[in-house]
Design a protein around this ligand. Sequence first.
Ligand code: ZN
Length: 425
Amino acid sequence: MKFDEKKLYELAKDLFPISRSLTGSGVRLTLKKIKKIIPKIQIKSIASGTKVFDWKIPYEWSISEAYIEDQKKRRIVDFKKNNLHVVGYSKPINKTLTLSELKKHIHTLPKQPNAIPYVTSYYKKIWGFCMSHNQYKNLKPGNYKVVIRSSLKKGKLNYGELLIPGNSKKEIFLTTYFCHPSMANDNVSGIVLLTGITKWLLNVKRNYSYRILFIPETIGSIQYIHKNLKKLKHNVIAGYVITCVGDDGKFSFIPSREGNTLADKFAISSLQSLKKGYKHYSFLQRGSDERQFCSVGVDLPICSITKSKYSEYKEYHTSLDNLDYISQKGLRSSFDLYQKLIMNFEKSKFYMATKMCEPHLSKYNLYPTTSTKHSGQTVRKMMNVLAYSDGKRDINEISKITNISLSETKKFIKILKDNKLIVTL
Ligand code: ZN
């Protein structure tokens, strides 16, 4: 499929109103819509209560209705009009309160008086409403009826996964989260872009395999790592968390913890080749699932490229992050960047030494039988190429580090490959 930014913006419009949370019908409906476009995607689940590392899969939260009614029975806040009005995972309530009692349960943003904030309380049982500070300021004294019809029951956490095979078993890992209600850049844009990239990948010739993942943020990636770490560590050569990719701002780069993995190197070179400048953040400013993928002991080569980064734009986590904040142009430029990045991987080869420690070169007739003043130099060069054949560097980088010309590096790579001392990933 030729990428059509119009279609993807339409998909964003379709997904935007859905009331998503970590679990429940909103994420299932979102997955259903993705599956319509990518029928091969597998929809998977894990039961509430399952222990994953230091966490437990939460219960499923459902909400059918929520509102605040004034004394004249006017609904001054209604979940149906905007799903950000209710604190995510709110417990049920049906009560009449005075204004001062009600105010204890209302969240606003005094510095952004027009915006409704996005608030959740996944692990502490509370209830609450969110509204613009302008509306809050104008609330008149009196009694208010508050109703939240919600439930928290044993259920499951859903996610979507697809492995697109290539010639190599080594994988590029592309992930996004899909647990936010009606906000466009964070995070409908990520869902839409990953859907578009997947559709494109399915129709191109691939050397590498691609693992695609749609999960709820944090707990979703934690459970996924819990289940798949061995496989991920073995196969993933680079990965990216795709989020906040729909606006017209500059690109932002959030490195992995180590900052020098293949994923980092290729992200930086792809961003630099645009020659448009980008913001280079530190891992200390991480905020999405790279927190889990790069945590101690997990240490996967995963980083993130966004447009305006989460937490850094003023519309972030408010009702102002709406469909006007993202654009077809913004989605298009992110698609082009990720496409370029993937094609850069496809054009590159990575080599891995097959023997532990130095190979016994004489066995392969690679060691000079007569030792002269210069006879060792060629062997040393070859051993330097071998020393950096660690699966984490392409031929250009090996040539640079070893100070051996590209053509000579290629010659050594061929000799090492012919003798099965290295393999191509
Ligand atoms: Zn967010």
